[in-house]
Each structure stands twice: as structure tokens, then as C-alpha cells.
Write a protein that binds this ligand. Structure first.
Ligand code: AHG
Ligand code: MN
Ligand code: MN
Length: 304
């Protein structure tokens, strides 16, 4: 069967998410907020919960017996899990997104992209560097006022909510489609002066049309836009000329979900899902949300 075992991978994500949400919600009481004192491959301060989330998902994805290799924001190198014929999937993940928000009780989440492996192929670092349009599924979770898990396959986008009574994820949002009507724009306006003129013009147009909503956790900003309509932008800035967000485990999974729900995702130069990755942790600019608003915004950015 084409996607044999994919449900076991998603179940592994659900199991990991269940453990992470419990830890996140208890973190302040358990003095488990704050940093480990290290910096990761990105040169960013590592939160205690970043490491816990990465280790938890590596464990549950290993235990599901279907994942051959994992790329994680928190781990510099590829994690090689197993190369039997049953190990048919590759996972790229941001185990905890928005971690600067943890100690102020603002929503965070996990983001994962799932690709199929060619089981005749020996797994190397390059194996994980597949284009986003080759994903077979993508998942994100939001640890917010409730814990939600959104799963996109090539067929549909389904939303599940964790029932705290029994720890089960229940189907609550069937066949999610991004609303036609755009309600907001989401960007860090503090970066405005460091943007190129085309991007400044695009943001000025959005500013004059929509309300601004910006949580500072990509996954929370994206989830709101997916359910209510909206556009999120993290363009290239003077501080982050390549963009701040990571292609493989932030932009690609959310771009897959956005397109499956009728939306669009661009780097400003190219469809996100068409970008050929060169490095595991490479960054990209990201403009994602309602298809027509993304198209119009990218046109203005490029002076069209
Ligand atoms: P992470 O916590 O995985 O490093 O991701 C943080 C990202 C993303 O969640 C968010 O959209 C962005 O950082 C916010 O960046 P600014 O604080 O520069 O706006
Ligand atoms: Mn992130
Ligand atoms: Mn992260």
C-alpha cells in the first residue's frame, strides 16, 4: 500500500505531543522554563523545553518503527533511526516552535513534515534534503487554550483536539479549508525599517486593509490564519538576509498544509514547496496564507 505505516508515524507524533503539552503546561511549576545555557546550530539560546520536546519526539518516532531518519531544529546532524524496509518515512521537525513565549504562557507548538523514503536508497544526510512538494503529510500541534493537532495528507486537512479527560485526540475540524475572506495580516512590524522598498510597500498595503495580529509563535499565527483567514509574513530583513524561518521544518510543512487547505506559500521569489534544499537548517523568507492575498503581496514585493 502506498502510504502503509503513515498512520503509525502520525500516532507517534500524537503520542509525543501529548507528553510535550503536559510538560509545557507544568513547566513553570516544575521550574522547567528557561534556558539550558547552550546555543543550538542556529546560534539561538536553547530552552529546556526545546531539548525535552526534541528528545520526546525522537523517542516516539523511533518507537513507531516506521521512521528511517529525522531532522530536528535542535540537533545539528541527521538522526539515523533504522533502514529496514519497514522504515519507510523521513521526518523533519521543529519540536517546539515559539519557545521564546514559553515563560510568558503564550501558545507554542510543534511542526513536522513527513516524506517517503526510497527503501532502495542508502540513507545519508542528503536523503533528507527533499523538496517540500514531495511531502506525503505534514502535522503541527498548538499548545494553547486547548491542544490541537492539524494533520494534512495529499487528500485533506483534518483538525483534532486533545481531550484532557482521556488523553485522546478527537476529530473536531473536518476538511479544513482556509476561508476565502482574509481577516488579518501577521508580521513583526518592528522589522519594517530593515525591509527592502517593495516589501515595505506590500506591508503598507496590508496595514491599510487588515487588522494586525502577531503572537510571535509561527505555529499559533499560522493556526489562527488557517481557521479564520489571514496572511503571515517573515520576509528577509537586514538582520536575517536569508529570512529567519527554517525551510525544512517550519516553511515546508506549513506550506504543504496551506496548499492542501486552498492557500499558498512563497519565499517572495519562489513557491516554498519548489525550493531545492541545500542544507538541513537553511532559512527562507516566508509569505503564507490566503492564495489571492499571497499572490498580490508577492507581486507588490517584486514591483509588479
Ligand atoms: P523557534 O522558537 O522554533 O526558534 O521559532 C521562533 C520563530 C517563529 O515561531 C516566530 O514566528 C518567529 O521566530 C518570531 O521571530 P521574531 O521574534 O523575530 O518576530
Ligand atoms: Mn520555530
Ligand atoms: Mn523551535
Amino acid at each position: 500500500m502506498e502510504y502503509d505505516g503513515l498512520e503509525a508515524v502520525v500516532a507517534g507524533v500524537a503520542d509525543g505531543a501529548q507528553q510535550i503539552q503536559a510538560k509545557v503546561r507544568a513547566a513553570v511549576l516544575a521550574q522547567a522554563v528557561g534556558t539550558t545555557g547552550e546555543t543550538n546550530i542556529q546560534g539561538e539560546v536553547v530552552q529546556i523545553l526545546d531539548t525535552f520536546s526534541s528528545e520526546t519526539l525522537v523517542n516516539t518516532l523511533t518507537q513507531c518503527g516506521r521512521v528511517a531518519a529525522i531532522g530536528s531544529e535542535e540537533i545539528e546532524e541527521t538522526v539515523f533511526v533504522g533502514d529496514s524496509p519497514a522504515h519507510r518515512y523521513l521526518v523533519q521537525m521543529d519540536p517546539l516552535d515559539g519557545s521564546s513565549n514559553i515563560d510568558v504562557a503564550v501558545s507554542v507548538g510543534s511542526i513536522l513534515g513527513i516524506w517517503k523514503r526510497d527503501t532502495n536508497e542508502t540513507i545519508t544526510d542528503v536523503t533528507l534534503l527533499k523538496k517540500g512538494h514531495e511531502q506525503v503529510a505534514a502535522v503541527y500541534t498548538v499548545y494553547g487554550s486547548c491542544t490541537m493537532m492539524v494533520v494534512a495528507t495529499r487528500e485533506s486537512v483534518q483538525g483534532f483536539t486533545l481531550d484532557p479527560e482521556d488523553g485522546m485526540f478527537r476529530l473536531t475540524n473536518q476538511n479544513i479549508r482556509i476561508p476565502e475572506k482574509n481577516s488579518c495580516y501577521s508580521t513583526n512590524e518592528g522589522n519594517f525599517k530593515g525591509l527592502d522598498s517593495g516589501t515595505q510597500k506590500a506591508i503598507e498595503e496590508l496595514r491599510n486593509t487588515y487588522s494586525l495580529r502577531y503572537v510571535g509563535s509561527l505555529v499559533a499565527d499560522f493556526h489562527r490564519n488557517l481557521l479564520k483567514g489571514g496572511i503571515f509574513l517573515y520576509p528577509s530583513t537586514q538582520k536575517s538576509p536569508e529570512g529567519k524561518l527554517r525551510l525544512m521544518y517550519e516553511a515546508n510543512p506549513l506550506a504543504f498544509i496551506a496548499e492542501q487547505a486552498g492557500g499558498a506559500a512563497s519565499s517572495g521569489k519562489k513557491r516554498i514547496l519548489d525550493i531545492q534544499p541545500q542544507k538541513l537548517h537553511q532559512r527562507t523568507a516566508l509569505i503564507i496564507g490566503n492564495k489571492d492575498v499571497v499572490k498580490q503581496t508577492v507581486a507588490v514585493i517584486n514591483g509588479l
